[in-house]
Write a protein that binds this ligand. Structure first.
Ligand code: ADP
Ligand code: MG
Length: 366
């Protein structure tokens, strides 16, 4: 089922009563989510992710704009009539019911021709439990399950009626690091197997990047950029998006362009023939540095951190906006590296320029 947000805006009265101005939690959000895709809604806390999800679920009504499922305008539909499955951060399972009863619960509300016998409900619950791989725990109570297993039950319950759209709000936040990794892969697999259009909210960029067909990056209620994870990472539209995506994060420098050359402090690091003279923020991804004895960028080596296959080189540069920059380098390239000074050349595709006032990307490749 394709999901269309058509100029959706949600304003709340200000919680601070002294302030008359509304809070615009979501501002003019327009996006056509393709049928069968997994979309990651991403941004820092308070940027409007949950509000967006709740507008799609029908728990909230937009102040203006429309929401469509397929060609059907569902803007005025209650959540029960939209055919959605919802999963929240806290599993919200019924503690006194078994796993099977929890999963079957939504089926008990079916009426008329959809009404199911108890045996049918049990069969359906078993089918879904197998999909999320908790079929071995059907007779346990939620308190007898791990956090990861409880979250699978919550996902099973959301799926049991085969919703048109599956909505997940920070579903992994209560899990420890390893379970988070495992459960996000599970969500990916379940989404692929069912083909249900899924919208997944997270503040964790890595989580969104790893499983989404497309990510939507939001800030202060405003969509900043939508695209395939790698495309947004490689081609951020502004400094906020560039800084929000990637671990280790992009390194930011104060740079200047003069006669088609980009300078970081004294170092003439790159030719940028299409960029007008002026000062810029310069973002360089950690993988954008190459160690070269005759490289144009001079930095002071502070530390080398080995992280398995790759090595993280920590260095200082006078034009860097932070104390140190971080470069990810192939392990063999750093053999015998111990001099105080280190020289880099830069991969042009890993260098982004931004306007200093608007922080919007300035293209170097016109
Ligand atoms: P996120 O899920 O990205 O952390 P939310 O969508 O929950 O963000 O909130 C977005 C903004 O809207 C925040 O500034 C929040 O304080 C505000 N907000 C959310 N719900 C309400 C509400 N019911 N009343 C007033 N303000 C709200
Ligand atoms: Mg939220």
């Amino acid at each position: 089922m394709k999901v269309v947000l058509d100029h959706v805006t949600k304003a709340f009265p200000n919680r601070n009563k002294k302030l008359k101005q509304d809070v615009i939690a979501v501002s003019d959000f327009t996006y056509e989510i393709p049928d069968g895709s997994l979309i990651g809604l991403l941004g820092p806390s308070g940027c409007g992710k949950s509000t967006t999800l709740n507008l799609i679920s029908g728990l909230l009504t937009p102040t203006s704009g429309r929401i469509l499922f397929g060609d059907e305008d569902v803007t005025d539909f209650s959540p029960e009539h939209r055919g959605i499955g919802l999963v929240f951060q806290n599993y919200a399972l019924y503690p006194h019911m078994t796993v099977a009863e929890n999963i079957m619960f939504p089926l008990g509300n079916l009426r008329g021709k959809d009404k199911m016998s108890r045996a049918e409900m049990r069969r359906k619950a078993e089918e879904i439990a197998a999909l999320v791989q908790i079929e071995a725990y059907m007779d346990r109570k939620p308190s007898e399950l791990s956090g990861g297993q409880q979250q699978r039950v919550a996902i099973a319950r959301a799926l049991v009626k085969m919703p048109r759209v599956l909505l997940l709000d920070e579903p992994l936040s209560n899990l420890d690091a390893r379970l988070r990794l495992q459960t996000r892969e599970e969500i990916h697999r379940i989404q692929r197997q069912t083909g249900i259009t899924t919208i997944f909210v997270t503040h964790d960029q890595e989580e969104a990047m790893s499983i989404s067909d497309a990510i939507v990056v939001m800030r202060d209620g405003v969509v900043q950029q939508i695209g395939a994870p790698q495309q947004v990472y490689n081609d951020p539209c502004n400094l906020f998006v560039a800084k929000f995506l990637g671990t280790p994060p992009i390194n930011v420098f104060d740079g200047s362009v003069s006669d088609g050359a980009l300078y970081l402090g004294e170092d003439r690091v790159l030719d940028v023939p299409c960029v007008p003279d002026g000062t810029y923020y310069v973002g360089i991804r950690p993988e954008g540095f190459e160690i070269r004895a005759d490289g144009p960028m001079h930095a002071a080596l502070s530390a080398i951190e080995v992280m398995g296959r790759d090595v993280s080189v920590v260095a200082a540069h006078p034009a860097c906006t932070t104390d140190t920059l971080r470069a990810i380098i192939d392990a063999d390239e750093t053999v015998g590296l111990h001099a105080n000074e280190i020289r880099f050349s830069l991969k042009p595709s890993k260098v982004c320029l931004f306007d200093r006032r608007t922080e919007i990307r300035v293209r170097t490749d016109k």
